[in-house]
Write a protein that binds this ligand. Structure first.
Ligand code: NAD
Length: 260
């Protein structure tokens, strides 16, 4: 198994992409921590992993609150003895044209995506260094870490920012065998995207089918959504890679929407 007994914290793992990463890591032998603002849903994911014979715990964590992040990481270290992998994945989407974007919503977006990545990284790094085993930190970016779309100024800004954080953590972590990488998915059918389809249809004056075909999947090579499994496979690669050769990178998994 690729992650035998590795302790892996996945934020936003109660739903969508994070949940699939948690299930994939558990199948590969990891001790998985389902960290989410929604404790009830996180516990359900942990229970489903346990029912399949895996090892998992749920912790409540609002990634924008430093004390909550620190408490949750301390709980994980007390229960499982350390942290080997952090997947900073929790995220939301809010769309408005720039001139109509409420400042409070802009700040909320940057807090969840950027403060959340920073705070969880800050809390996990000392444990990765202390273990002497190194570690892997994975940020959930997006094609919007590379590209822009109308209405998504806060999201695009935050997702671009994760690349800067990743490169810095890769440099600071290198001497300790701590790698940092970004996954950049295209559109994946999760609750986050299902919510956007009617919102974008209204904002752009299109039907929902047109939003999918003409906005979301227009630039892909085959008109297909990326799947949670596609993203989880990349998350497994970054978590289990054996050396610092693969660090400071961002990998786009988007059916060719963005090519670099
Ligand atoms: P989702 O809505 O299915 O899941 C997001 C999870 O994050 C939920 O369980 C939610 O409770 C949790 N969360 C929200 N705010 C939180 C907070 N403050 N603290 C802790 N947990 C919080 O969404 P998803 O599509 O699985 O998105 C996961 C990540 O993938 C996000 O960072 C998103 O930007 C990114 N992403 C998604 C897509 C896509 O098309 N779905 C594409 C590229 C990147």
């Amino acid at each position: 198994m690729k992650l035998d007994s590795k302790v892996c914290i996945v934020t936003g793992a109660a739903s969508g992409i994070g949940k699939e990463i948690a299930l994939t890591y558990a199948r590969e032998g990891a001790k998985v921590v389902i960290a989410d603002i929604n404790l009830q849903a996180a516990q359900a994911v942990a229970d489903s992993i346990a029912a399949l014979g895996g090892t998992a715990m749920a912790v409540t964590m609002d990634v924008t609150r430093e004390a909550e992040v620190d408490d949750a990481v301390a709980k994980v270290v007390a229960a499982y003895g350390g942290v080997d992998v952090l997947v900073s994945n929790a995220g939301v989407q809010i769309v408005h044209p720039v001139e109509e974007f409420p400042f409070a919503e802009w700040k909320k977006m940057l807090a969840i995506h950027l403060d959340g990545a920073f705070l969880t990284t800050k809390a996990c790094l000392p444990h990765m260094k202390a273990s002497g085993r190194g570690g892997s930190i994975i940020y959930m970016g997006s094609v919007h870490s590379k590209e822009a779309s109308v209405l998504k100024s806060a999201y695009v800004t935050a997702k671009h920012g994760l690349i800067g954080l990743c490169k810095t953590v890769a440099k600071e972590g290198g001497a300790h065998g701590i790698r940092a990488n970004v996954i950049c998915p295209g559109f994946v059918r999760t609750p986050l995207v299902d919510k956007q389809i009617p919102e974008q249809a209204q904002a752009l004056g299109l039907s929902e089918a047109e939003v999918i075909a003409k906005v979301m999947l227009k630039e892909t090579v085959d008109g297909e959504f990326t799947t949670v499994q596609d993203v989880a496979e990349v998350a497994l690669l970054f978590a289990s890679f054996g050396s610092n050769a693969l660090t400071g990178q961002s990998l786009v998994v988007s059916h060719g929407w963005f090519m670099q």
